[in-house]
Design a protein around this ligand. Structure first.
Ligand SMILES: [Zn+2]
Length: 268
């Protein structure tokens, strides 16, 4: 039986790589903080490249090179990186030693590690790269993206779109300014624009609809509201521009949304 949520938070904080590889949806919605690190249970893990494998918490914690690059924690990534194995010529090819790589099953990664085209069929909530998405509009948005990338070990250019359940204008996809695929959080940088017309009036209703579609798909939205724009959602931040303190406020919001354990596991 799993323990109370948060019971083993402190213990797991020491293993950010494992926090990132663990996904409740692969483990009957039990969170990692409910599982003692020494528990003899088989859990399902998924590496950043999308490989799925089964291991006990103890096996995971004792894998060699816990502080090395994250791919070394996944048996399939490890097998791919290893030098050529010795082939046993007496066995048929399908029984030869490729133990871990064969065992791993692939599942569509939640992370946008392999950018997809808009032709590929996505599931609602999946982040992907869309050719339809507009290019980043403002210098401030680019500044915000690069400052976030300095703090978070997440590829902020891998995805520019999220699949949603219902059409937004013509397509079942929305294009947030910044897509944090691993955390399922979209960040919007809203200003009223040169002529004071953006994000106001009827455009505000469009923004609200976009946020609703994202939330329906399991995402959360943080809008950075500049100028005289007021917050739309509970996590929005009013700001005067892109500053170091804004970045800290966004990180704090991410912790409110997804929890300290998960967000801190992505800090650089
Ligand atoms: Zn892997």
């Amino acid at each position: 039986m799993p323990y109370e949520i948060g019971a083993y938070r402190t213990e797991w904080e020491r293993y950010p790589v494992l926090v990132r590889q663990y996904h409740p949806d692969l483990n009957r919605n039990i969170t990692l903080t409910q599982i003692p690190p020494a528990a003899e249970v088989y859990l399902t893990w998924q590496c950043d490249a999308g490989h799925v494998f089964v291991a006990t918490p103890d096996e995971q914690r004792h894998r060699p090179g816990g502080v090395r690059r994250r791919s070394s924690w996944c048996p399939e990534c490890l097998a791919l990186a290893a030098p050529k194995r010795i082939v046993n010529r007496h066995l048929p090819p399908d029984q030869q030693a490729v133990p871990d790589a064969r065992r791993a099953v692939s599942r569509p990664a939640v992370v946008a590690s392999a950018p997809r085209t808009t032709l590929a069929k996505c599931a609602a909530g999946e982040a992907f790269h869309s050719g339809r998405a507009p290019r980043p509009a403002s210098a401030a948005e680019g500044d915000l993206r690069s400052r976030l990338a300095e703090r978070l070990d997440i590829d902020l250019r891998a995805a520019n779109a999220v699949e949603v359940r219902r059409p937004f204008f013509a397509h079942r996809e929305v294009w947030p300014d910044i897509v944090l695929a691993e955390l399922k959080v979209a960040i919007e940088y809203d200003t009223i624009g040169k002529f004071g017309l953006e994000h106001v009036g009827t455009r505000e209703a469009t923004d609200r609809r976009k946020d609703r579609l994202l939330r329906e798909a399991g995402w959360e939205v943080i809008r950075v509201r500049c100028g005289r724009l007021q917050p739309l959602g509970g996590f929005d931040l009013v700001a005067g521009g892109v500053t170091a303190s804004l970045i800290e406020r966004i990180l704090e919001r991410l912790r409110e949304i997804r929890g300290d354990l998960i967000v801190n596991a992505y800090l650089r």
